[in-house]
Design a protein around this ligand. Structure first.
Ligand SMILES: [Zn+2]
Length: 282
């Protein structure tokens, strides 16, 4: 797991460091952060620091614990996540995490349980976790990551110390992606990912730009000429959930243009096309 944090996470990290130094970090940290914001790296830094045997404010990168962490096989780090994309975190996965929480640390320090995508726990799984959060074992640090805090059981939320991750300003995010990929990036790519820089970067690396452009073009042709519905549905199926998001952003953008507003337009680099779409939808 990565433990190098990103510039936009410094503020939250420094606050955690103060709590770590004072030994006041809550036993269950709940971080609300969108996917693709670098949340795993931030959680990784926290986990590595909690587990480090020589420092309590920054991983030393030298001790046995830090080396095991970097090698990806730390015996005191346990992660619970869905078995595959789109699935829930099973009650068995949470029971396993609970069992692990009560075991003694193998390196004689703390144990860390990381739940990535905590909103994906079903009710039974969340209730199983709740019992452990209510009577937490000593020397066990929970880190819960979620993109949707409202989808968590309120009783679970109330047992955690809540944090909201900050995202960089969209122009800062754009420059960060540009310098990571050595290419210019349209602002709409950042907006399509609600400002999450790593999500925008992955989109470009995985050929998302061309897929998005094709779907937008096919959709606009369909609206204008009432032709090509099959192509639209085929592209939607290929792009899975993202495609539906793109179309909903596109329709919202067109509605804003119809109302004469240009605030919050996602497809900011497709002005002509949006105006045409807005006219054809009227
Ligand atoms: Zn260390």
């Amino acid at each position: 797991m990565l433990a190098d944090i990103y510039p936009w996470q410094m503020n939250i990290w420094q606050q955690w460091q103060v709590l770590l130094q004072q030994d006041r970090l809550h036993h269950a940290i709940l971080l609300a952060a969108p996917e693709g914001s670098g949340r795993i790296a931030l959680a990784g830094r926290l986990a590595k620091t909690v587990l480090c045997r020589t420092s309590n404010e920054e991983p030393c990168h030298q001790c046995h614990s830090c080396k095991l962490f970097d090698a990806g096989n730390h015996p005191d780090l346990h992660q619970a996540r869905p078995e595959s994309e789109g699935k829930q975190i099973s009650v068995d996965a949470v029971r396993q995490a609970n069992h692990y929480a009560w075991e003694t640390s193998q390196l004689g320090g703390k144990r860390v349980i990381l739940i990535d995508g905590a909103e994906l726990m079903g009710e039974a799984a969340a209730n199983a976790l709740l019992k452990t959060l209510e009577e937490p074992p000593s020397s066990c640090q929970f880190i819960l990551l979620t993109a949707a805090i409202d989808h968590l059981l309120p009783t679970v939320v109330s047992r955690c110390n809540k944090w909201k991750a900050e995202l960089p300003d969209e122009n800062v995010a754009k420059r960060w992606v540009e310098s990571a990929l050595f290419e210019s990036v349209p602002l709409q790519t950042i907006r399509l990912h609600r400002g999450a820089p790593l999500a925008a970067k992955a989109f470009i690396e995985n050929g998302g730009t061309a897929k998005h452009a094709k779907l937008v073009e096919a959709f606009c042709t369909f609206v204008e000429k009432k032709q090509g519905l099959f192509t639209v549905s085929e592209l939607l199926v290929k792009s899975e959930r993202s495609g539906l998001n793109w179309i909903s952003f596109l329709l919202l953008d067109a509605m804003k243009i119809q109302q004469g507003s240009d605030t919050g337009i996602v497809h900011s680099d497709m002005g002509d096309l949006l105006r045409l779409l807005a006219t054809n939808l009227a």
